[in-house]
Design a protein around this ligand. Sequence first.
Ligand code: HC0
Length: 563
Amino acid sequence: KIKLWIDEEELEVDQGTTLLEAAKMAGRDIPTLCYLKELNEVGACRLCLVELEDSGKLVASCITPAVDGMRVKTNTARVRKTRRLNLEFLLSNHKVDCPTCLKSDDCELRELAEQMGIRDIRFIGEKSTFTKDVSTPSLYRDPEKCILCRRCVSVCHEVQSVKAIVPEGRGFMTVVEPAFYNSLSESPCVLCGQCSVVCPTGAITEREYIDDVWEAIYDPAKHVIVQTAPAVRVALSEAFGKEPGTIVTGQMVSALRELGFDKVFDTNFTADLTIMEEGTELIDRIKNNETLPLFTSCSPGWIKFLEHYYPEFIYNLSTCKSPQQMFGSVAKTYYAEKNDISVDDLIVVSIMPCTAKKFEASRSEMNGDVDYALTTRELGRMIKQAGIDILNLPEGDYDKLLGVSSGAADIFGTTGGVMEAALRTAYEILTGEELRELDFTQVRGADGIKEAEVAIADLTLKVAVAHGLGNARELLERIKDGAEYHFVEFMACPGGCIGGGGQPLPATEDNIAKRRAGLYEIDQNKEIRKSHENPYIKKIYDEYLEKPGSHKSHELLHTHYVV
Ligand code: HC0
């Protein structure tokens, strides 16, 4: 143990504790901009300066380890003035367009300027000029707002192992960009948006399509329907100040109706449909000795990662479209035909926790079935724009058929959820017996890679689950080295969709855990907890799709990725 003093308060801390952590233990709130625990501890922003009493030195507390006998001051005039000066320097080369910046509400730079009482930017001179990057449908980059904190670089390299962006250039012309000053669309970026989650300013954000959706809603000739992803219902209320994990499914449905959507449906319905199709594909591949392991194909960032880095595994990908796209597809065929709506007048909007879903919707394989994919954050903004008091709305119900789902579908939104949902259905289909213990706890939880063996009839099904692309890479390497599985779930974002790049901020591990608990609570309380028991899934097969894996199903619900 190490003994030190933080502002006269005596403290005992473990060896290796930084001054920032020690100060936190002493109840001191030290400002940081570049710091991300264990991920980006680089001391770049110089806002966390503290003063060492003995030497009189100012040091960055996030990278300075506590030393026995140290006396640290966190709030001297010198500390305050220097932190403030450093923030003013950052602002002097920052495009300050707060009233129109998409990140304004969540901007850590703006919050700190407010907290430090900066009312004037004293140093106004030449600023670095860079072009914006709107080359992808998912992300918007404005390097003129970048403060070079390197958080995005760390998350892209260390967590996701994608390495799409790097600091380039020197001095005043330093910029974080894809290598060789390319645009994101020319880079291996998978559009997961984890960079936008950690960016403390508006330098990387989602591309916003709110105005296009308003336009469609206000067009009387258009029939506009909306689907909501599993993970949105346990995170949306954070945009309105509630605790992560608060379940607002019913209020969200009511708010969507008040926004003017003609029908409010649920991606969960097609998550159940996915289980029917993917489960059948798995059983067929096992029976016919076809390519295994089968990889899930619902996370578009994961698919793009595979296409860039592991194309040799392309035939392991399930041919199932994701639930978002299955929804678009049945909406523009079955739903349109049943309700006599011209496909030209039908607009399908989805609310997703994910920035890559915007890209997925735009892929040529998907035929434009989903017109607009908005993030959870965008929906929060739309609700605010309309002046809707979502938290005090009565709980609404989804519209029938495409809005009814099982608990298995809700848990799609967390790592391990697709696997658990599939196991519930595969067990009953393969054994013909009722599954009594529905909770497959082996595939639950936050571990980066999870493995399980499940006895089903005379088969021992070997499965694995990975979330976050760094973990996906590790698991793929294990498979290359001979690890054998039948079925593997991959999700691009840490935690699965609950930790998606379009979710409300901040995305701390604690917040993600609370969202996860919210999804399991919904599942636990649902009357129907298995996809194949959803009566409307049976109905759509009876009325339209015939049976899982049918010719019609293949036409509408499956695709093929080619490299
Ligand atoms: Fe997900 Fe999905 S569960 S990818 O994580 O499968 O984004 O929430 O909507 O499509 O259903 C995201 C979340 C979805 C899809 C579903 C899947």
